[in-house]
Write a protein of this length. Sequence first.
Length: 385
Amino acid sequence: MSDSESDNECTIANDLVVTKYKMAGEICNRVLAELVKRTQLGVTALELCKIGDDMINQETDKVYKKEKDMQKGIAFPTQANVNNCICHYAPLASVQNDFVLKDGDVVKLDLGVHVDGYIAVVAHTVVLSDKKSSRSIDALLAAHYCAEAALRLVKPGVENTKVTDVVTKISESYKCKAVEGMLSYQMEKDTIDGKKTIIQNPTEKQRQEHEKCEFAVNEVYAIDMLISTGDGKSRDMDFRTTIYKREPDQVYQLKMKASRAVFSEVEKKFDTMCFNLRSLDDEKKAKMGINECVNHGLITPFPVLFEKEDEIVAQFKFTTLLMPNGPMRITGLNFDPSAYESEHKIEDEEINKILTSSASRKSNKKKKKKAAKKAQVEATGEVAE
């Protein structure tokens, strides 16, 4: 097998890989739809996170049953990020002060699934209110249109900075800010955070340091749009970190027995996928053993981040496959922006042109017809009527 053939084997140039991505995407969407249904007044964030994680495990257990060695399950644990919470809130079972959902809350449901290391991620925002116009609606509409613009822009030959600029302009149209420095990632087999990234609302330093790149055919991206009614700056509010990811390239001889036990369990159960401490056999020991692993770079923490207290953050995230005949979005639920009212709108003609352009993939029929005609011309010198 040549190098290019072996490279293609794990990309969406391979039909079986596309099937696995789509399977993970369908599970994402089913779990998300169930969570949206369950997001009601009086429910806690912990309950939603548990429902999501349990359902991912149940759904992935049903696929490829005969492939006993195939890894599948949670790629990123379920989060329920309420109001000004930006990301990574997925509390432990022992949490004391959980969020209980109330009228007016804005809940961001975020999760990821993998089948054989091929990852699909998704996030959706639910507003628990009958009021269809407010500052939270501005953030919601901005996040939706940012995601729709990104869907149309993340295609072969386009540079990542184009997406960054459009996201900034859309956010500003709704008097909102994209959350500073947040990244959308390229994804590859067993890798949720690949080399190419899109940054939103970068600082001047981030803008200079962030690597420019062009999107290419057969790549996969997690497009994550987080839009705030505030200044867009994230803060650590002293909430316990519960989500982590093992770094396969790091090596260190752990000293503590508890740390070695935790690391060994993480390697066996999750490999390089993100995990919640709640998913380990002994939550108490996990809390004790994880710190040494983090301190020596074996495991990366995903801290819980917040905006200022009275602000709201909205989010839409989807997975897109850059197929030869156009981008294919495999995750995300329907969202109807016309159901919400805002005094703001997008005035920029170029952005409106992007948003009204078609996001559906080109049909292959025309290409096949063209190829057939060309073949006939080459064979006979005549074109059939």
